[in-house]
Design a binder for this molecule. Structure first.
Ligand SMILES: Nc1ncnc2c1ncn2[C@@H]1O[C@H](COP(=O)(O)OP(=O)(O)OP(=O)(O)O)[C@@H](O)[C@H]1O
Length: 276
């Protein structure tokens, strides 16, 4: 069954078309990568799903179905119930996932208290379990403020809070852009593992085709608001139809050649790490 179905969605900024007749279908356990250059409309597509469309933009036409329920015209109160529980976001600006001056554990706790009727002990236990599952030192991070953690640690905590209630749909909008290559690899793997464990659908937005190589099932390419290519990742990578897709692929040699090797310095010896 489709977790997310977007039907013929068109979004405008005054007379300018920002998202043009877009159709997307993601099933449970599927990872759809949405790829396109800056300004092509990827983030606008991501935000409208959770009712976060910027005020300057208007929905012209279309439907957005979350497990067959049309959510396009829900009010903000209804969207607040859905966000975090059924639809979760991970953003490039991971710092934005947490308020800077409230301890991480308290922020998990408030989130869980607002969406569940669980007792404090249950909330703490699940939070520690999730922090542990994203390879953080759970007890310590629980008591830390966000500014006491590295960028990679904050992003991992952001992934933990985004997935703690097992959302049906996880929207990751360039979650690795601000991270170094190795931390990015770990974050991608983490999202993949959580998808496998929870069976959620993933909409993964990126401008970097290398990020789709390993984990995406399907691939969609956006150009000036239109999806110019959509389908099975392998088929598109092997036989791209649209000129823009061909250009994107040829601009990124590692997709077609053997994996790029990155040398990292280990204190005793050089260690090879494969970039996905
Ligand atoms: N808050 C906003 N207010 C007004 N217009 C906006 C706003 N956000 C986006 N837009 C318009 O939508 C267009 C598409 O923006 P969007 O953020 O979706 O691009 P993107 O593909 O996600 O780019 P990037 O990879 O740089 O994030 C922008 O060029 C802009 O015209």
């Amino acid at each position: 069954m489709s977790v997310l179905k977007i039907e013929n969605l068109t979004i405008k900024k005054q007379e300018e078309t920002i998202v043009d007749n877009v159709c997307i279908d993601i099933k449970a356990g599927e990872w759809l990568a949405l790829v396109g250059e800056s300004g092509s409309g990827k983030s606008v597509t991501a935000t409208v799903i959770g009712g976060l469309l910027p005020k300057a933009l208007k929905i012209e036409s279309g439907n957005i179905l979350l497990e067959n329920q049309n959510i396009l015209n829900l009010n903000e109160r209804a969207f607040r119930k859905i966000r975090g529980k059924q639809i979760s976001y991970i953003f490039q600006d991971y710092q934005g996932a947490f308020s800077p001056f409230i301890k991480i554990g308290k922020q998990f706790d408030e989130m869980l208290a607002s969406h569940t009727t669980w007792k404090k002990r249950e909330r703490v236990e699940l939070t520690l379990h999730m922090l542990d599952s994203v390879n953080l030192s759970a007890q310590q991070v629980y008591n830390n403020y966000p500014f006491q953690l590295s960028g990679g640690q904050v992003q991992r905590a952001a992934i933990a809070i985004a997935t703690i209630l097992k959302p049906k749909l996880l929207i990751a909008d360039e979650p690795t852009t601000a991270l170094d290559s190795l931390t990015s690899l770990k974050v991608l793997e983490l999202i993949y593992n959580l998808k496998e464990q929870t069976g959620c659908a993933v909409l993964f937005i990126t401008h970097d085709l290398r990020h789709v190589k390993k984990y995406a099932n399907n691939l969609s390419i956006m150009l000036r608001g239109k999806l110019v290519e959509y389908g099975d990742k392998k088929e598109i990578v092997e036989k791209p139809k649209h000129e823009y897709t061909k250009q994107l692929l040829s601009a990124i040699p590692p997709l077609r050649n053997s994996p790029t090797r990155l040398l990292t310095i280990n204190t005793e010896k050089e260690k090879e790490v494969t970039i996905v």
